[in-house]
Design a protein around this ligand. Structure first.
Ligand SMILES: *Cc1c(COP(=O)(O)O)cnc(C)c1O
Length: 219
């Protein structure tokens, strides 16, 4: 099942769209099976879980943090992640920059932008994201590399709503790209990745369509 699901998804994506396999709640043995099929990019939404899996699995995995990050956990995670997709506040951005400076590294991030009508608690308003990005292009945040944007559409069956939200994020992405080139637009999950790709996603975050439904006790 796992193998069939994986290749079904993988083969349905255009070659230039990156697949982030969202492995949250799934054990290392399961992740290992997908790794053995060639997948190297995995997404997790909790720091502790990411760190444990990071230490047990091959070092060439690129771990993406996709869930809300508390500032007090930044220190532990910056060296272990390939990218933090869920940068949703100025405070968090500053703390990532500070820890990256202390540890002598550059941390790659995406700015998470709020695009859903009301559901998502987390994410920057476009105006906030633009303000931070302008400061970045002016030379602030020297130990951060902003590669692009991440967004989550409203959870609804109504494809028109979802498409509108993705289109809006794509427009905003193009606007910021004109200030300084961005290359990653992360949008689309199991239930809406096709719409996201049609709207210009360069990276999709897919969990349940590969791994099956997650247990009900964990999100
Ligand atoms: C869990 C999660 C996903 C994957 O969701 P699926 O519906 O299982 O594909 C994608 N992005 C974020 C931020 C998530 O937390």
């Amino acid at each position: 099942m796992l193998k069939e699901n994986y290749f079904l998804i993988k083969n349905s994506l255009p070659a230039d769209v990156e697949l982030v396999a969202v492995s949250k709640t799934h054990p290392v043995e399961t992740i290992r099976k997908i790794y053995d099929l060639g997948q190297r990019v995995f997404g997790e939404n909790r720091v502790q879980e990411l760190l444990e899996k990071h230490d047990k699995l091959p070092a060439d995995i690129e771990w993406h943090l996709i869930g809300h990050l508390q500032t007090n956990k930044v220190k532990q995670i910056v060296k272990r992640v390939h990218m933090i997709q869920s940068v949703d506040s100025e405070r968090l951005l500053l703390e990532i920059n500070r820890q990256a400076q202390r540890q002598g590294i550059i941390v790659t991030i995406l700015l998470q932008v709020k695009i859903a009508a009301e559901e998502s608690k987390y994410g920057l308003e476009e105006s906030e994201a633009e303000g931070l990005f302008r400061r970045y292009t002016d030379g602030e945040f020297s130990n951060i590399k902003i590669k692009g944007l991440m967004g989550m559409a409203t959870f609804t069956e109504d494809n028109n709503i979802v498409k509108k939200e993705f289109q809006r994020l794509k427009l905003f992405f193009d606007k910021l790209s004109s200030l300084r080139n961005l290359d990653t637009l992360s949008m689309g999950m199991s239930n809406d990745y096709e719409a996201a790709i049609a709207c210009g996603a360069t990276s999709v975050r897919i969990g349940s369509a590969i791994f099956g439904q997650r247990g009900s006790s964990l999100p």
